[in-house]
Design a protein around this ligand. Structure first.
Ligand SMILES: Nc1ncnc2c1ncn2[C@@H]1O[C@H](COP(=O)(O)OP(=O)(O)OP(=O)(O)O)[C@@H](O)[C@H]1O
Ligand SMILES: [Mg+2]
Length: 148
């Protein structure tokens, strides 16, 4: 089953939005197979956002993501990557639709509450950065027969 990485960024954690984000993915039917709160080091943050190295907002992005704890989770489900991208909404909250996490809870592009992997390749890479060799936990949701 497809896996993706979703992170509640420091602004989301500090603003008390961890439960809101988790609640949405749970209700959607996605399965949480790993969950972790951590404070990212500068090195890990730069690894996570390596694709943005050299961009004008890189420094600000790294400063923000390391400023307070994050909550990272691996989510499993059919088409999980695209589904979670749809649920978080556009990068810039001023363009994110209501009903999406960023559309409902964010005002600015740096403090946009969540991060989600945008491709299979990035999901695998980012999961390694955050969870290392830790393995996702296998279990059944009671509603699986009603989701698939
Ligand atoms: N033009 C910009 N100015 C300032 N910050 C930006 C800009 N573009 C992106 N960012 C920040 O960098 C993060 C990563 O940018 P990216 O283009 O990958 O957007 P995204 O894929 O929607 O977001 P994320 O990777 O966090 O899920 C964004 O979430 C945002 O916080
Ligand atoms: Mg991205």
């Amino acid at each position: 089953m497809e896996k993706t990485l979703l992170i509640v960024k420091p602004d989301g954690v500090v603003r008390g939005l961890i439960g809101e984000v988790i609640s949405r993915v749970e209700r959607k039917g996605l399965k949480i197979v790993a969950l972790k709160m951590m404070k990212l080091s500068k090195e890990k943050a730069e690894e996570l956002y390596s694709v943005h190295k050299g961009k004008p907002f890189f420094q600000e992005l790294i400063e923000h993501i390391t400023s307070a704890p994050i909550v990272a989770m691996i989510l499993e489900g059919e088409n999980a990557i695209q589904i979670v991208r749809n649920m978080i909404g556009a990068t810039d909250p001023s363009k994110a639709n209501p009903g999406t996490i960023r559309g409902d809870y964010a005002l600015t592009i740096t403090k946009n509450v969540v991060h989600a992997a945008d491709s299979k390749e990035n999901a695998e890479r980012e999961i390694k950065v955050i969870f290392g060799t830790e393995k996702p936990i296998e279990y059944k949701r009671t509603d699986e027969n009603w989701l698939y």
